[in-house]
Ligand binder design. Structure first.
Ligand SMILES: Cc1cc2nc3c(=O)[nH]c(=O)nc-3n(C[C@H](O)[C@H](O)[C@H](O)COP(=O)(O)OP(=O)(O)OC[C@H]3O[C@@H](n4cnc5c(N)ncnc54)[C@H](O)[C@@H]3O)c2cc1C
Length: 388
């Protein structure tokens, strides 16, 4: 089988890495390096306690795999166990279904009566509820990308950096390859793993597959002794997270703003509003960090289907076109699971831990959906898909 993968981010590389021992694989990345877009812009938290059950299935699978990697990938040390606390400020029942699901899968999830004993940052913070996941991880996305790249080289995959796919070639209603500025590359199957750019490429094939990029801001603080050994901590309902990084914190007020990508790199500078939003939430909810010195930050695109569920598998309207996209804010968390599921289906294997139907690309999508400009679950804004 000859496979072309469009996009050298975590989704494309994971799928290619899983396929490479079994197929002739060619990866095209528009940029000069792999993993330089959303896959370089994230906070790296492996979060199994998400809102969507299919995202959770992918996350649980990825986490199991990270705990038991083959030696060649393990050598890159792509993840570390840090533990995680998910706190709820206003909504005591949010995530209870997720906790039940994870416990049924054997994941350790503990309700915390005194969260500050595990997460000192929460000293004096009035929470309705807090969950502790002692085995939760942080991933180094760059290490994962490097590990996938090494495995692809070992399997003699063809890796094209700095070469964009201009269009997908279709003959007699089936995908037959891709075109780049250098010519036509035939393929039995093409994997669309182009992140924020996936919808645009699909539109060129006459497919309406709404995937909406939402820009989010991360801030970096100066060094802080409190960060040492602290679990990453996320106040999920109000939308605020911190994760220890380089002796300080990486933090976000979970801002969301629709922003379609151009041909330029998708990262951007920190704007005044999301910065103020994050710092206001820090003062209100993490008083021990009030006045923290912000040393830098960046923004990036998280790309969602309107139901915030990944878009995976073969496109029923276009045989030979496979999707590994719509990975929103959980593409690191689901990275190994996405590659395993998509490559498995391509090879005709059963993937018993994920319902193929639920994540299929052609599922009916809402034309209006809610985004969370302030990061707060209860202050969402209805927008039309396609609205800028
Ligand atoms: C601020 C922020 C914080 C995040 N935090 C987390 C987190 O803590 N945990 C977590 O699990 N996830 C997090 N994420 C989400 C995660 O980073 C993404 O879901 C994941 O990186 C998506 O990977 P991807 O491969 O789908 O997309 P990308 O990494 O964007 O890769 C797509 C690639 O396709 C290439 N491409 C596009 N068009 C073409 C073309 N025509 N030809 C060839 N190549 C093309 C692009 O150049 C790009 O490299 C975060 C994201 C952001 C922005």
């Amino acid at each position: 089988m000859q496979v072309v993968v469009i996009g050298g981010g975590l989704a494309g590389l994971s799928t290619a890495w899983h396929l490479a021992p079994h197929a002739t694989v060619r990866v095209f990345e528009r940029g000069g390096a792999f993993g330089a877009e959303a896959s370089a812009q994230n906070a790296g938290m492996i979060r199994r306690m998400g809102e969507d059950p299919y995202e959770r299935a992918l996350a649980v699978r990825t986490s199991e795999r990270l705990a038991d990697l083959p030696d060649d990938l393990a050598a890159f040390e792509p993840s570390t166990v840090t533990g995680a606390v998910l706190g709820l400020v206003t909504d005591p029942l949010h995530l209870h279904d997720a906790a039940a699901h994870l416990r049924a899968r054997g994941v350790r999830v503990e309700a915390l009566d005194r969260p500050a004993e595990v997460a000192p940052l929460l000293e004096g913070v009035d929470l309705q509820h807090a969950w502790y996941l002692p085995d939760e991880r942080v991933a180094d996305a760059h290490a994962l990308v490097s590990g996938f790249e090494a495995g692809l080289n070992a399997n003699e995959a063809h890796l094209h950096r700095g070469e964009a796919v201009v269009s997908v070639a279709v003959e007699a209603g089936r995908v037959v390859g891709v075109r780049t500025a250098n010519g036509h590359y035939p393929a039995d199957a093409v994997v669309l793993a182009a992140g924020a750019w996936s919808s645009g490429l699909a539109a060129g094939m006459g497919l309406d597959r709404p995937l909406v990029p939402l820009r989010r801001t991360l801030l970096q603080t100066a060094s802080d002794p409190l960060a040492q050994g602290h679990p990453w901590t996320w106040l999920d309902d109000v939308g605020l997270y911190v994760r220890p990084e380089s002796g300080g914190w990486l933090l976000s007020g979970c801002d969301e703003a629709i922003d379609y990508p151009t041909d330029a790199p998708s990262t951007g500078p920190v704007e005044a509003f999301p910065r103020a939003l994050a710092l206001d939430k820090i003062e209100r909810f993490f008083p021990r960090l009030a006045g923290v010195d912000i040393r830098g930050g960046w923004t990036g695109l998280r790309t969602f289907a309107p139901d915030r569920r990944p878009m995976l598998g073969e496109d029923a309207e276009l045989p030979g076109l496979w999707w590994a996209a719509g990975l929103g804010g959980f593409g690191v968390t689901c990275s190994l699971g996405v590659g395993e599921a998509v490559s498995g289906w391509m090879r005709g294997l059963e993937v018993p831990w994920l319902d193929r139907h639920a994540v299929r690309p052609g599922r009916r999508m809402m034309r209006r959906w809610s985004i969370r400009p302030m990061g707060d679950l209860h202050r969402s804004k209805l927008v039309r898909v396609g609205e800028t």
